[in-house]
Design a protein around this ligand. Structure first.
Ligand SMILES: [Zn+2]
Length: 318
């Protein structure tokens, strides 16, 4: 049987590292996970992945030809090939590209997770065929990847597109980056939890959110309550969507994209998020863009999106 060409896509997270063989259609095969264990040397981590991949290649029911390795990680820098001071990892400036190249002898690309997600959407998801779009991912924080003329916008040192840290409230909430009032302190899973907690403390209105166990307030539980018509949860989404929609209108003034794709855990809330985002966006965007920029959900399977995105930079070269 002819060998099937695949890319090894690796999503490095704080607790687990997920990987799979990604084929030319963006489908994941033999998806596997190992503990990241970033309190142990990064060389051990690479060796464990190498071992697991070798055994997969030897036991799989068909033969694969690896054409490269694509890696996505928070704080992954495509220019240096290092994961730089990631808050969720014990390694400091881990030379991940060099280590994987040495181990596998294949081309290796590293991107930060949001840029990887943008490439994934462009090759296999909601932005397929587009030349310019903005990807925003709403997880613990707000990640952003910008594609212009079919290329990721990297900036001078690989740090372009840090939209999570534009200021939306000059004296607003403290952010992990050291500033105050950054967009991601409002528009992210963590941000909406802060908003909902504030709304609950400011009123006595009944809400399903008041009956949650301690630590039970999460993006997911607020989304569930909003979808059931809970007024405080809905208000939390309205406020979150308004802040995000206004910032997206600003971004469109700079970039004139074809579309904006919103992915990540909070985006799975669907219309309770997308409706207020679209409303605030249309209210605030320049007249020339009104009605012209689609705001779309991710077109990738949520469980595979990070791996597929990581692999996309290798497939993009082909
Ligand atoms: Zn910030």
């Amino acid at each position: 049987m002819e060998k099937l060409t695949v890319t090894l896509g690796i999503d490095i997270g704080g607790t687990n590292t997920d990987f799979a063989f990604v084929d030319i259609s963006g489908s994941c095969r033999h998806k596997t996970s190992v503990k990241t264990l970033s309190d142990t040397p990064v060389e051990h981590f690479v060796a464990r992945i190498h071992e697991t991949v070798d055994s997969l290649l030897n036991t799989a029911d068909r033969q694969y030809a690896l054409n490269g390795i694509g890696i996505g990680a928070a704080n992954g820098n495509a220019f240096t090939g290092c994961i730089e001071n990631a808050p969720n990892l014990g390694w400091k400036n881990a030379p991940i590209v060099a280590l994987f190249q040495d181990a596998f002898g294949l081309p290796v690309h590293l991107n930060n997770d949001a840029n990887a997600a943008a490439l994934g959407e462009m090759l296999f998801g909601a932005a397929r065929g587009m030349k310019s779009f903005i990807l925003v991912t709403l997880g613990t924080g707000l990640g952003c990847g910008i594609v212009v003329h079919g290329q990721l916008l990297t900036g001078n040192k690989g740090h372009a597109g840090e939209m999570g840290h534009v200021t939306v409230e000059p004296n607003g909430r403290p952010c992990n980056c050291g500033k105050t009032g950054c967009l991601e302190t409002y528009a992210s899973a963590t941000g909406i939890v802060r908003t909902a907690a504030q709304l609950l403390s400011e009123s006595r209105e009944d809400s399903a959110l008041r009956r949650l166990p301690p630590q039970g307030l999460t993006g997911r539980t607020i989304a569930d309550a909003a979808q059931s018509g809970d007024r405080i949860a809905t208000r939390a989404f309205d406020l979150t969507g308004a802040v995000l929609g206004r910032s997206l209108a600003d971004a469109v003034a700079y970039l004139d994209p074809e579309a904006i794709v919103i992915s990540g855990g909070l985006a799975s809330a669907g219309s309770v998020l997308f409706d207020p985002v679209r409303e605030a966006f249309e209210e605030n965007v320049c007249a020339v863009h009104k009605g012209n920029v689609n705001i779309l959900p991710s077109g990738l399977h949520p469980g595979d999106a990070a791996i597929v995105g990581a692999a996309a930079s290798i497939w993009k070269q082909k």
